[in-house]
Write a protein that binds this ligand. Structure first.
Ligand SMILES: C[S@@+](CC[C@H](N)C(=O)[O-])C[C@H]1O[C@@H](n2cnc3c(N)ncnc32)[C@H](O)[C@@H]1O
Length: 423
């Protein structure tokens, strides 16, 4: 390990500051272009990394973070930047990643104005907490460390003080807990307790007490692998805009930005009343129901059994007869549909961070004329965008949605149309 003064020149695609030392890039978490920092520089595998000891002079856009845990907690890695600087850096990460990994410069698509979060703090309606020294907390800036959290200003107001309250309520039962998943939907709160092994009577007692005291509306108790089935205490199924949520299934983190995200994806895909839509990675139906209202039919594919059950329940409740949910791996199901020579007019996909390797083949073999790709990882998006382009799809628009203020994370919607189809 060496202690060095570093000048941060740019950002990496994963949001770290990058300095050059002896012709090698050093990746410095929490540093931004224009910073001069004193850092401990060390090898991690083949990569040089720097841990900031002191910011010697500040790059433009730096500010004092609002949260006292900001220098240690990994939850908000960009709280030391103004919102304007965050927007500028996020845009640069996305455009430069598309350029470097997919060969798509900003002349290859229309970059639409970014949709920012109406609130800078109190935006996250879901969070995963881990037991830390008898309390609950988040991963630290370096992922092998963890930070206890009592109150978190990134969480929505009904969740903000729950890390401390739940740790108090769980007490000694925390040692058998692997994770706690918090969820707030339209002002109602539920959580999932992921046990390390079998569920304990104390887990049930605490959950029942919290429901009786109206601290939460419901709890899902999830035993460790092979140790039984989940148990529901109270009513942990929460509803928003016709979509049903549960804390042990995926939900978009920022409700205020999710609405314009869904609206834009729908407009960009533009399904007409005669169109058949294939939706991959459909979760609980966040995009599915608006699509079903506009299209002839939607086939929605999702791996989580909990999400598929919630989506089917919501579809029945809303009376959608033109949606079919299939539970399984998108890769297998998309391949199967292509082999059976199925045809779709439009494809919408919203994969996890790993992206959707193979999407170019699926889209071309299923003969879709338009693809809307909702991405939470710019690197995976760029790889898959290059694949779509290689299969004859033309990029049209890129739009950023700031679902995760105070972090380096960004949601991107990229639209493609088939080269020979009308745009
Ligand atoms: C980013 S979330 C999007 C969910 C939904 N579109 C929404 O907006 O709430 C990705 C979803 O893909 C699902 N998933 C992850 N890997 C999958 C796979 N290989 N096949 C099918 N679904 C998968 C996850 O369970 C999760 O619901």
């Amino acid at each position: 390990m060496r202690r060095l003064e570093l000048s941060i020149e740019r950002l990496s695609k994963s949001g770290d500051g990058v300095a050059e030392v002896g012709g090698r890039a050093v990746f410095v978490s929490g540093a931004v272009p224009g910073d001069k920092v004193l850092a401990d520089v060390f090898e991690q595998g083949k990569v040089l990394r720097g841990d900031v000891l002191q910011v010697l002079s500040e790059g433009p856009g730096r500010r004092a973070p609002l949260c006292p845990l900001a220098d240690r907690c990994g939850g908000c890695d960009w709280m030391h930047l103004t919102e304007d600087a965050q927007a500028e850096h996020k845009t640069r990460i996305v455009t430069s990643t598309l350029e470097h990994l997919a060969g798509l410069g900003t002349d290859a698509y229309e970059l639409l104005p970014m949709v920012t979060s109406p609130l800078p703090y109190n935006t996250r309606r879901r969070a995963v907490l881990h037991p830390v020294k008898g309390r609950l907390g988040f991963f630290g800036k370096r992922s092998h460390t963890q930070v206890e959290v009592e109150l978190c200003p990134a969480l929505t107001p009904p969740l903000e003080s729950l890390p401390g309250e739940l740790a108090d309520a769980l007490g000694s039962a925390l040692k058998d807990v692997a994770e706690v998943h918090l969820l707030e939907v339209a002002g109602e709160v539920a959580f999932a307790l992921m046990a390390r092994g079998a569920l304990r009577p104390k887990h049930r007692d605490v959950a029942e007490q919290l429901v009786r005291d109206e601290v939460v509306r419901g709890v899902v108790l999830v035993p460790g692998q092979g140790k039984g089935n989940p148990e529901l205490i109270g009513d942990p199924v929460l509803e928003d805009d016709g979509v049903l949520h549960r804390p042990d299934a995926f939900a978009q983190a920022n409700a205020d930005v999710n609405r314009p995200l869904v609206q834009h994806a729908l407009e960009a895909l533009g399904p007409g009343p005669d169109d058949a839509v294939l939706e991959l990675y459909s979760g609980n139906g966040n995009f599915t129901f608006p699509l079903a209202a506009a299209a002839r039919s939607v086939l929605a594919v999702e791996s989580s059994t909990v999400s598929v059950a919630l989506a089917q329940q919501a579809a029945r409740k809303q009376g959608f007869g033109n949606v079919r949910f299939v539970q399984g791996a998108c890769e297998t199901i998309a391949e199967g549909l292509a082999k059976e020579s199925e045809r779709f007019d439009r494809l919408l996909l919203d994969p996890p961070r790993t992206g959707a390797p193979g999407v170019g083949t699926w889209a071309s073999r299923l003969l879709v004329s338009r693809v809307v790709y909702v991405a939470c990882d710019p690197g995976s998006l760029a790889r898959d965008a290059a694949d779509l382009v290689a299969h004859g799809f033309v990029p049209r628009t890129v739009r950023l949605f700031d679902l995760f203020p105070q972090t380096k994370h960004i949601e991107v919607v990229m639209t493609f149309s088939r080269g020979d189809a009308a745009s």
